[in-house]
Design a protein around this ligand. Structure first.
Ligand code: DON
Length: 306
């Protein structure tokens, strides 16, 4: 069932009282300045129709949602074995920026959506592209059908200034032989991807390819194959919300990816891609009101992959 604008408005009003129960990310100081009361949702149906409500056109920092785009780009550049020999496909059960498993598991990150895994993927992109940030921007602008998508340089700089943990993760992987380039430029690219500023409408359009077997909106050229699209959705369902992935599967029942900017993208394969935004996060780093809105939407339109 296609959700109506009225339904999306009703859902936002139902979850709005949750604002105040989470915490806006402040470990990246530039993110702490985002107003906590923002709330938006956009649905992109596979026929291209966009249904939206609330602050759905306001740009925000997509943060870890970018990890799906980096993985997608890497999958267009590398054979599967070249990627999956360096990063796993299992949920971590730990915080997105934890280092505990990395030491125990010889520098191989559990999956591409925790910071360590995304840093390995960024290292792969750095090895094969002469201008990875430029290529990423080009890809995102075309997927979002919006030539104005850009990096928020203040957010990227803020993250670089507070990069000790991500740098430590990258150096640890380098010590294990699982990081081939100089750490600092790869970190710079990774922070750039995370600092992409996009709206719910941009994100819903961008991730349409995962609802449509790898085919981006408005094209007849596949970005990735139907099998690769299925594989990414499987990884999103098991690893996309970190140590909150089980709870998200239970409540929402869709492949999804969160970011500490408060955005979440969710996919109904074969039908629609959805983006929500509310900056306050739970203890796992996932948007409180955003998750609740997706849970209500899934229930009201009767969709779940389970
Ligand atoms: O590297 C970081 O910590 C951030 N740029 C991204 C973390 C993030 O979004 C985790 N998501 N819930």
């Amino acid at each position: 069932m296609k959700p109506s604008k009225q339904l999306l408005n009703d859902i936002l009003e139902e979850v709005r009282p949750l604002i105040g129960q989470g915490k806006v990310a402040d470990y990246i100081p530039a993110l702490a300045q985002v107003p906590a009361n923002r709330l938006g949702i956009a649905v992109c149906y596979n026929d291209g129709e966009i249904i939206q409500a609330g602050d759905s056109e306001e740009g925000f920092s997509i943060q870890s949602i970018s990890k799906v785009l980096s993985l997608t780009l890497a999958m267009t550049l590398y054979e599967a074995d070249e990627i999956w020999s360096r990063v796993g496909k299992e949920p971590s059960g730990h915080a997105f920026n934890s280092m505990i498993q990395l030491e125990l598991e010889q520098g191989i990150p559990r999956n591409p959506f925790i910071n360590a895994g995304a840093l390995v993927v960024s290292d792969l992109l750095h090895s094969r592209l002469s201008a990875p940030q430029y290529r990423m921007l080009e890809l995102v602008r075309s997927l979002a059908c919006n030539p104005d998508v850009a990096y928020d340089k203040d957010v990227a700089a803020s993250e670089m200034q507070h990069s000790d943990r991500n740098a430590a993760i990258a150096y640890l992987m380098r010590a294990f032989g699982n990081f081939n380039n100089d750490v600092v430029p790869v970190l710079g690219n990774y922070f750039g991807y995370c600092a992409l500023k996009m709206s719910c409408v941009d994100l819903a359009r961008t991730f349409s390819y995962l609802a449509n077997k790898g085919m981006p909106l408005g094209t007849d050229t596949p970005l990735i194959s139907p099998t690769q699209s299925k594989q990414i959705n499987a990884l999103l369902a098991t690893c996309g919300l970190y140590d909150g992935a089980g709870e998200f599967a239970y409540r929402v029942g869709m492949p999804g990816k969160s970011g500490v900017g408060g955005g979440i993208v969710a996919i109904v394969p074969g039908e629609m891609s959805i983006a929500v935004w509310s900056p306050e996060l739970d203890a796992s780093g996932n948007s409180v009101a955003g998750t609740a809105a997706l849970a209500l939407l899934a229930e009201r339109i009767g969709r779940s992959i389970f």
